[in-house]
Design a protein around this ligand. Structure first.
Ligand SMILES: C[S@@+](CC[C@H](N)C(=O)[O-])C[C@H]1O[C@@H](n2cnc3c(N)ncnc32)[C@H](O)[C@@H]1O
Length: 285
Protein backbone atom coordinates (compact mmCIF):
# COMPACT_ATOMS: atom_id res chain seq x y z
CA UNK A 1 0.00 0.00 0.00
CA UNK A 2 1.29 3.45 -0.86
CA UNK A 3 2.02 6.02 1.85
CA UNK A 4 -1.25 7.51 3.00
CA UNK A 5 -0.90 11.16 3.95
CA UNK A 6 -2.59 12.23 7.18
CA UNK A 7 -5.14 14.37 5.34
CA UNK A 8 -6.05 11.46 3.05
CA UNK A 9 -6.50 9.14 6.01
CA UNK A 10 -8.76 11.75 7.69
CA UNK A 11 -10.86 11.90 4.51
CA UNK A 12 -11.75 8.24 4.95
CA UNK A 13 -13.49 9.07 8.22
CA UNK A 14 -15.41 12.25 7.36
CA UNK A 15 -18.76 10.44 7.17
CA UNK A 16 -20.60 9.73 10.40
CA UNK A 17 -20.97 5.95 10.79
CA UNK A 18 -23.20 6.43 13.89
CA UNK A 19 -20.83 4.54 16.14
CA UNK A 20 -19.40 6.04 19.34
CA UNK A 21 -16.68 8.68 18.93
CA UNK A 22 -14.42 10.50 21.33
CA UNK A 23 -14.82 14.26 21.79
CA UNK A 24 -11.39 15.95 21.80
CA UNK A 25 -9.63 19.32 21.77
CA UNK A 26 -7.95 20.49 18.58
CA UNK A 27 -4.49 19.64 19.99
CA UNK A 28 -5.34 15.93 19.75
CA UNK A 29 -4.76 16.20 16.03
CA UNK A 30 -1.10 17.13 16.72
CA UNK A 31 -0.66 13.98 18.81
CA UNK A 32 -2.25 11.76 16.16
CA UNK A 33 -0.38 13.47 13.34
CA UNK A 34 3.01 12.72 14.94
CA UNK A 35 1.98 9.14 15.73
CA UNK A 36 0.75 8.64 12.17
CA UNK A 37 4.07 9.86 10.77
CA UNK A 38 6.00 7.65 13.16
CA UNK A 39 3.98 4.55 12.23
CA UNK A 40 4.37 5.34 8.53
CA UNK A 41 8.13 5.85 8.77
CA UNK A 42 8.73 2.80 10.98
CA UNK A 43 6.52 0.44 8.97
CA UNK A 44 8.12 1.56 5.71
CA UNK A 45 11.63 0.95 7.06
CA UNK A 46 11.13 -2.10 9.27
CA UNK A 47 8.39 -4.37 7.86
CA UNK A 48 10.24 -7.21 6.15
CA UNK A 49 13.49 -6.60 8.05
CA UNK A 50 14.99 -10.09 8.63
CA UNK A 51 16.03 -9.06 12.15
CA UNK A 52 12.33 -9.28 13.05
CA UNK A 53 10.86 -12.45 11.55
CA UNK A 54 7.66 -11.77 13.56
CA UNK A 55 7.25 -8.51 11.67
CA UNK A 56 6.27 -5.16 13.17
CA UNK A 57 3.44 -5.57 15.68
CA UNK A 58 1.33 -2.83 17.16
CA UNK A 59 0.01 -2.49 20.71
CA UNK A 60 -2.54 0.15 21.69
CA UNK A 61 -3.30 -0.01 25.42
CA UNK A 62 -5.86 2.85 25.43
CA UNK A 63 -7.43 2.36 22.04
CA UNK A 64 -10.63 4.43 22.30
CA UNK A 65 -13.52 3.91 19.84
CA UNK A 66 -11.39 4.49 16.72
CA UNK A 67 -12.67 7.94 15.72
CA UNK A 68 -12.24 11.28 17.51
CA UNK A 69 -14.31 14.40 16.84
CA UNK A 70 -12.77 17.82 17.49
CA UNK A 71 -15.16 19.73 19.77
CA UNK A 72 -14.88 23.15 18.11
CA UNK A 73 -14.75 22.21 14.44
CA UNK A 74 -16.49 18.79 14.42
CA UNK A 75 -13.60 17.49 12.31
CA UNK A 76 -13.48 13.69 12.50
CA UNK A 77 -10.06 12.13 13.05
CA UNK A 78 -8.97 8.50 12.74
CA UNK A 79 -7.77 7.34 16.16
CA UNK A 80 -4.57 5.45 16.87
CA UNK A 81 -5.80 1.88 16.06
CA UNK A 82 -6.95 2.98 12.59
CA UNK A 83 -3.62 4.70 12.00
CA UNK A 84 -1.97 1.31 12.56
CA UNK A 85 -4.50 -0.46 10.33
CA UNK A 86 -3.53 1.80 7.41
CA UNK A 87 0.23 1.47 7.85
CA UNK A 88 1.96 1.62 4.45
CA UNK A 89 3.27 -1.94 4.85
CA UNK A 90 1.18 -4.49 6.78
CA UNK A 91 1.81 -4.71 10.51
CA UNK A 92 1.89 -8.35 11.55
CA UNK A 93 -0.57 -7.91 14.45
CA UNK A 94 -2.65 -5.04 15.83
CA UNK A 95 -3.60 -5.53 19.47
CA UNK A 96 -5.94 -2.94 20.92
CA UNK A 97 -7.10 -2.79 24.52
CA UNK A 98 -10.00 -0.61 25.70
CA UNK A 99 -11.76 -0.44 29.06
CA UNK A 100 -15.12 0.87 27.91
CA UNK A 101 -17.25 -1.86 26.31
CA UNK A 102 -19.04 0.42 23.81
CA UNK A 103 -15.72 1.95 22.72
CA UNK A 104 -14.14 -1.49 22.40
CA UNK A 105 -17.04 -2.70 20.22
CA UNK A 106 -16.84 0.42 18.00
CA UNK A 107 -13.08 0.01 17.67
CA UNK A 108 -13.49 -3.63 16.71
CA UNK A 109 -16.14 -2.85 14.10
CA UNK A 110 -14.09 -0.06 12.56
CA UNK A 111 -10.95 -2.21 12.46
CA UNK A 112 -12.98 -4.96 10.76
CA UNK A 113 -13.57 -2.55 7.86
CA UNK A 114 -9.86 -1.92 7.25
CA UNK A 115 -7.30 -3.83 5.16
CA UNK A 116 -5.84 -5.12 8.46
CA UNK A 117 -9.10 -6.78 9.60
CA UNK A 118 -7.67 -10.30 9.80
CA UNK A 119 -4.63 -9.16 11.79
CA UNK A 120 -6.47 -7.28 14.56
CA UNK A 121 -7.66 -8.20 18.01
CA UNK A 122 -9.50 -5.93 20.44
CA UNK A 123 -9.35 -6.85 24.12
CA UNK A 124 -12.02 -5.26 26.29
CA UNK A 125 -10.83 -4.47 29.80
CA UNK A 126 -8.27 -2.65 31.92
CA UNK A 127 -4.90 -2.78 30.16
CA UNK A 128 -3.15 -3.08 33.51
CA UNK A 129 -4.80 -6.43 34.06
CA UNK A 130 -4.97 -7.47 30.38
CA UNK A 131 -1.28 -6.95 29.64
CA UNK A 132 -0.47 -10.69 29.77
CA UNK A 133 -3.16 -11.33 27.13
CA UNK A 134 -1.71 -8.50 25.04
CA UNK A 135 1.74 -10.10 25.25
CA UNK A 136 0.28 -13.51 24.42
CA UNK A 137 -1.11 -12.06 21.16
CA UNK A 138 2.29 -10.76 20.02
CA UNK A 139 4.11 -12.72 17.31
CA UNK A 140 7.44 -14.17 18.41
CA UNK A 141 10.56 -12.16 17.48
CA UNK A 142 8.66 -9.06 16.43
CA UNK A 143 9.44 -5.38 16.69
CA UNK A 144 6.68 -3.93 18.86
CA UNK A 145 5.35 -0.39 18.65
CA UNK A 146 3.26 0.48 21.67
CA UNK A 147 1.09 3.56 21.93
CA UNK A 148 0.02 4.27 25.50
CA UNK A 149 -2.47 7.09 25.45
CA UNK A 150 -4.35 7.43 28.75
CA UNK A 151 -6.48 10.42 29.79
CA UNK A 152 -4.45 10.79 33.01
CA UNK A 153 -1.90 8.68 34.93
CA UNK A 154 -3.76 5.44 34.22
CA UNK A 155 -0.95 3.18 33.10
CA UNK A 156 1.01 1.44 35.85
CA UNK A 157 4.75 1.20 35.44
CA UNK A 158 4.40 -2.55 36.04
CA UNK A 159 2.41 -2.76 32.81
CA UNK A 160 5.19 -1.01 30.91
CA UNK A 161 7.74 -3.30 32.53
CA UNK A 162 5.80 -6.39 31.41
CA UNK A 163 5.54 -5.12 27.82
CA UNK A 164 9.19 -4.18 27.70
CA UNK A 165 10.24 -7.66 28.85
CA UNK A 166 9.18 -9.13 25.48
CA UNK A 167 12.27 -7.55 23.87
CA UNK A 168 12.12 -4.92 21.14
CA UNK A 169 9.15 -2.78 22.19
CA UNK A 170 9.30 0.90 21.34
CA UNK A 171 6.99 3.11 23.38
CA UNK A 172 5.14 6.36 23.04
CA UNK A 173 3.54 7.22 26.38
CA UNK A 174 1.27 10.17 27.07
CA UNK A 175 2.55 11.64 30.33
CA UNK A 176 -0.16 13.86 31.82
CA UNK A 177 2.41 16.11 33.43
CA UNK A 178 0.95 19.60 33.04
CA UNK A 179 -2.75 18.92 33.50
CA UNK A 180 -2.37 16.30 36.21
CA UNK A 181 1.01 16.12 37.97
CA UNK A 182 1.63 19.87 38.23
CA UNK A 183 -1.88 20.45 39.60
CA UNK A 184 -1.99 17.55 42.04
CA UNK A 185 1.50 16.74 43.22
CA UNK A 186 1.62 18.87 46.38
CA UNK A 187 -1.96 18.59 47.42
CA UNK A 188 -2.67 14.90 46.74
CA UNK A 189 0.32 12.82 45.65
CA UNK A 190 3.07 13.87 48.04
CA UNK A 191 1.37 12.42 51.13
CA UNK A 192 0.00 9.29 49.49
CA UNK A 193 2.55 6.56 48.67
CA UNK A 194 -0.19 4.64 46.77
CA UNK A 195 -1.02 7.63 44.57
CA UNK A 196 -1.68 7.38 40.81
CA UNK A 197 1.66 9.16 40.35
CA UNK A 198 3.46 6.45 42.34
CA UNK A 199 1.80 3.72 40.28
CA UNK A 200 2.68 5.53 37.05
CA UNK A 201 6.33 6.05 38.01
CA UNK A 202 6.72 2.58 39.50
CA UNK A 203 8.43 1.09 42.49
CA UNK A 204 11.75 2.58 43.52
CA UNK A 205 11.22 5.83 41.62
CA UNK A 206 12.14 7.72 44.78
CA UNK A 207 10.57 10.86 43.33
CA UNK A 208 10.00 12.41 46.76
CA UNK A 209 13.76 12.73 47.21
CA UNK A 210 14.02 14.61 43.90
CA UNK A 211 11.03 16.70 44.92
CA UNK A 212 12.52 17.67 48.29
CA UNK A 213 15.63 19.06 46.59
CA UNK A 214 13.69 21.01 43.95
CA UNK A 215 13.89 24.66 44.97
CA UNK A 216 12.24 26.22 41.93
CA UNK A 217 8.79 24.65 41.77
CA UNK A 218 7.59 26.51 38.71
CA UNK A 219 5.44 24.39 36.39
CA UNK A 220 8.21 23.90 33.84
CA UNK A 221 10.74 22.76 36.47
CA UNK A 222 8.20 20.37 38.00
CA UNK A 223 7.52 18.91 34.55
CA UNK A 224 11.25 18.52 33.87
CA UNK A 225 11.77 16.79 37.19
CA UNK A 226 9.10 14.17 36.52
CA UNK A 227 10.29 13.60 32.96
CA UNK A 228 13.74 12.82 34.38
CA UNK A 229 12.31 10.48 37.00
CA UNK A 230 10.26 8.64 34.37
CA UNK A 231 13.24 8.28 32.05
CA UNK A 232 15.34 7.01 34.95
CA UNK A 233 12.74 4.31 35.56
CA UNK A 234 12.60 3.41 31.86
CA UNK A 235 16.41 3.10 31.81
CA UNK A 236 16.15 0.53 34.59
CA UNK A 237 14.04 -1.70 32.36
CA UNK A 238 16.37 -1.43 29.38
CA UNK A 239 15.44 1.74 27.49
CA UNK A 240 18.34 3.87 26.35
CA UNK A 241 17.05 6.33 23.70
CA UNK A 242 14.49 8.97 24.57
CA UNK A 243 12.58 11.67 22.81
CA UNK A 244 9.69 13.82 23.82
CA UNK A 245 7.15 16.18 22.43
CA UNK A 246 5.12 18.69 24.38
CA UNK A 247 1.49 19.07 23.36
CA UNK A 248 -0.12 22.40 24.22
CA UNK A 249 -3.65 23.81 24.16
CA UNK A 250 -4.74 27.45 24.02
CA UNK A 251 -3.68 28.03 27.67
CA UNK A 252 -0.27 26.38 27.49
CA UNK A 253 1.27 22.93 27.94
CA UNK A 254 -1.11 20.01 28.56
CA UNK A 255 0.96 16.87 28.38
CA UNK A 256 4.10 15.30 27.01
CA UNK A 257 4.56 12.41 24.64
CA UNK A 258 7.50 10.42 25.98
CA UNK A 259 9.23 8.29 23.36
CA UNK A 260 11.47 5.42 24.46
CA UNK A 261 13.38 2.84 22.46
CA UNK A 262 16.19 0.38 23.10
CA UNK A 263 17.67 1.28 19.72
CA UNK A 264 19.10 4.44 18.20
CA UNK A 265 17.19 3.68 15.01
CA UNK A 266 13.82 3.90 16.80
CA UNK A 267 14.69 7.36 18.09
CA UNK A 268 15.82 8.40 14.61
CA UNK A 269 12.37 7.45 13.26
CA UNK A 270 10.66 9.41 16.05
CA UNK A 271 12.79 12.49 15.40
CA UNK A 272 12.01 12.23 11.71
CA UNK A 273 8.29 11.92 12.50
CA UNK A 274 8.46 15.12 14.55
CA UNK A 275 10.43 17.02 11.93
CA UNK A 276 7.27 18.08 10.07
CA UNK A 277 4.23 19.85 11.42
CA UNK A 278 0.64 19.42 10.32
CA UNK A 279 0.83 22.41 7.99
CA UNK A 280 3.66 20.65 6.15
CA UNK A 281 6.40 22.93 7.52
CA UNK A 282 9.80 21.52 8.42
CA UNK A 283 10.77 22.23 12.01
CA UNK A 284 14.12 23.69 12.81
CA UNK A 285 14.28 22.45 16.39
C1 LIG B 1 -7.25 9.28 25.36
S1 LIG B 1 -8.36 7.98 25.00
C2 LIG B 1 -7.52 7.07 23.76
C3 LIG B 1 -7.64 7.64 22.41
C4 LIG B 1 -7.08 6.76 21.33
N1 LIG B 1 -5.70 6.40 21.56
C5 LIG B 1 -7.21 7.47 20.00
O1 LIG B 1 -6.22 7.77 19.37
O2 LIG B 1 -8.36 7.71 19.60
C6 LIG B 1 -8.22 6.93 26.37
C7 LIG B 1 -9.10 5.69 26.26
O3 LIG B 1 -8.66 4.77 27.23
C8 LIG B 1 -9.78 4.12 27.82
N2 LIG B 1 -9.31 3.65 29.12
C9 LIG B 1 -9.29 4.31 30.30
N3 LIG B 1 -8.69 3.56 31.24
C10 LIG B 1 -8.30 2.41 30.65
C11 LIG B 1 -7.61 1.26 31.08
N4 LIG B 1 -7.21 1.15 32.35
N5 LIG B 1 -7.35 0.27 30.19
C12 LIG B 1 -7.75 0.38 28.90
N6 LIG B 1 -8.42 1.47 28.43
C13 LIG B 1 -8.69 2.46 29.28
C14 LIG B 1 -10.87 5.16 27.83
O4 LIG B 1 -12.13 4.54 27.83
C15 LIG B 1 -10.58 5.93 26.54
O5 LIG B 1 -11.33 5.42 25.46
Amino acid sequence: MAQLEWSRLCERYTTDDHRPTRSVGGWTEDKLFFWHRYVQITATAMVGNPRFPGGVAYVDLFAGPGVCVVRDTLKRLPGSPLIAAYAPKPLSRIIACELDKANAAACEERLAETPAADRCVVLAGDCNTQVDRVIHELPKSCLGLAFIDPEALHVKFETIRALSAVGAMDLLVLFADAFDVVRNVEEYYLKNPQSPLDRFLGEGSDWRTDWSSLLDRSASKVRDLFLNVYRRQLKRIGYSHFGDQQISGPSGPLYRLVYASKSALGLKFWEEAKSKTRDGQSRLW
